[in-house]
Design a protein around this ligand. Structure first.
Ligand SMILES: Nc1ncnc2c1ncn2[C@@H]1O[C@H](COP(=O)(O)OP(=O)(O)OP(=O)(O)O)[C@@H](O)[C@H]1O
Length: 245
């Protein structure tokens, strides 16, 4: 999977969000896309998934170019967990997931069994018939993930899936990502939690101001910089201490 020379300037924006961003991420790996606020992570993910049009450059997903001719094939092979919760608050978890399952073409008992399996896996079986609007933040995040995996995508893309959740929910989500990856699926995820990224990513891509800064395994990056004790030190080494507004 490859991102090559991506450029993006949003309509009306004074400066570009992506400025020739290039990186590759290997199939079958958990890859972390990391960067300070405004670095371009969400924009990159949105282009990868075909939700936002790039101003220039190329994206290849699972060997296919992300273009109009391949968009539908790619959509079937990827699952996207957006940063914002994308669920209907007035519907129950079961109703929400049935809706998303239908969009993927699943129906009836097969879909019901699949949803029940995942609700149980994510500790939500007892909340299946509760309105999602009344869920805790962690429950919403876990349901949001289930909505993206009902079709068992080969590539799962998650934008800050553990933002704002408690320790228990985070542990459950990270364990799921590890297990999902062990089953042969690729995972690309963004996070500001570098300790977490260090734990679960085989590979990290650090971007800043719309460009790739460095890529490698957390262990290799730490080893390359004797003054860095962990991935957070490496991140600060490359992106500096200045806050981004
Ligand atoms: N729809 C939009 N219109 C105009 N500018 C945008 C839009 N979406 C993002 N941007 C700008 O593009 C740049 C990159 O934003 P993006 O959301 O991709 O960064 P990010 O790395 O995901 O940030 P964060 O960590 O804060 O979520 C920022 O300067 C942002 O203000």
């Amino acid at each position: 999977m490859e991102v090559k020379e991506l450029h993006k300037t949003y309509a009306g924006a004074l400066s570009p969000s992506l400025q020739g961003l290039s990186f590759t991420f290997g199939a079958g790996k958990v890859t972390g896309l990391l960067g300070p606020n405004g670095a371009g992570k969400t924009t990159t993910i949105s282009i990868l998934c075909g939700l936002v049009k790039a101003g220039g450059g190329q994206v290849h997903i699972l060997g296919m170019p992300q273009d109009a001719a391949h968009r539908e094939d790619i959509k079937r092979m990827i699952g996207v967990v957006p940063q914002q919760i994308a669920l209907f608050p007035q519907l129950t978890a079961m109703e929400n997931l049935r809706y998303f399952g239908n969009l993927y073409g699943f129906k009836g008992k097969a879909l019901h069994d699949k949803i029940s399996h995942y609700l149980q896996l994510f500790g939500l079986d007892k909340a299946a018939d509760k309105e999602v609007g009344k869920f805790s933040g962690g429950m919403k995040r876990r349901t949001n993930i289930i909505a993206a995996i009902l079709h068992e995508p080969k590539l799962l893309v998650l934008d800050e899936p553990t933002a704002g959740v408690d320790v228990q929910s985070r542990a459950m989500i990270l364990q799921f990502l590890r297990d999902y990856n062990r089953q042969g699926h690729s995972v690309l995820y963004t996070s500001h939690l570098l300790e977490e990224a260090q734990q679960i990513c085989e590979d990290v891509v650090i971007i800043d101001e719309g460009k790739m800064v460095v890529q490698g395994s957390p262990a290799a990056l730490i080893q390359q910089h004797p003054q860095c004790r962990n991935l957070e030190d490496v991140f600060l080494h490359y992106t500096g201490h200045a806050v981004r507004d």
